[in-house]
Design a protein around this ligand. Structure first.
Ligand code: ADE
Length: 235
């Protein structure tokens, strides 16, 4: 049955859903990487598709930007559509010098300035961690495809336009690799509803130096990460 934000029917989604932030990127992934794909939801133009990668049924749906949007869709997918695995395929800004533009970060854990997991967890700090099996599969898939990945901690922020560099310095000292806007919420909701989640993010910009990928490099980085994400769904 449809939910408030997803007008699909039971069985329309595969067990594994890739989650780009941008719904048009969901369409791009469905058209370019899946075969026999069909649109399964389009409420508020947050497009979701189900198709096949190799012989495995896989879905892809936009999550929107930021934790509240991502968590809202993830909740409905896990709770109402029997989805088991959520793989975010996004972009991030790099904090650490050890990270290069175009690298794919695999978020083993996600720090955050959002209170969402505290709200879920009685005011305590929840360790927002990836599913180990998905993480291991993603590392293996990246190695097989020769895609450079770095595994570690990222920071999911509510504030895209931040207030200065102090927090970046602190993040670097604490070993945070990059900043994005969804992973911590995704990991919390996956644990809450018994799902498995992983966030992978292509480094699109360097927050300390201001360097950024060109649109063409961005597309190549994105395609590499999508292949890793889809391969992860097979393992
Ligand atoms: N995604 C890509 N770059 C980002 C940034 N600078 N902050 C948050 N999310 C991002």
């Amino acid at each position: 049955m449809s939910t408030l934000h997803i007008n699909a029917q039971p069985g329309d989604f595969a067990e594994t859903v890739l989650l780009p932030g941008d719904p048009l990127r969901a369409r791009y992934i469905a058209e370019r990487f899946l075969h026999r794909s069909r649109l399964v939801t389009d409420v508020r133009n947050m497009l979701g598709y189900t198709g096949y990668f190799r012989d495995r049924q896989v879905s892809v749906m936009g999550s929107g930007m930021g934790i509240p949007s991502c968590v809202l869709y993830a909740t409905e997918l896990l709770r109402n559509f029997s989805v088991k695995h959520l793989i975010r395929v996004g972009s991030c800004g790099a904090v650490s010098d050890k990270v290069e533009l175009g690298d794919v970060l695999l978020a083993m854990g996600a720090c955050t300035d959002s209170s969402i997991n505290r709200q879920r967890f009685g005011g305590h700090d929840f360790a927002a961690i990836a599913d180990y099996q998905l993480l291991q599969s993603a590392v293996q898939a990246a190695q097989t495809r020769g895609v450079p990945v770095k595994v570690g901690n990222i920071f999911s922020t509510d504030l895209f336009y931040g207030e200065g560099s102090d927090i970046l310095e602190l993040m670097e000292k604490m070993g945070v690799l990059g900043v994005e806007m969804e992973a911590a919420g995704l990991y919390g909701v996956a644990h809450r509803f018994g799902g498995k989640a992983l966030c992978m993010a292509t480094v699109s910009d360097h927050l300390r130096s201001g360097q950024a990928l060109s649109p063409k490099q961005r597309q190549t980085g994105l395609d590499n990460m999508i292949e890793v994400g889809l391969q992860t769904a097979l393992l």
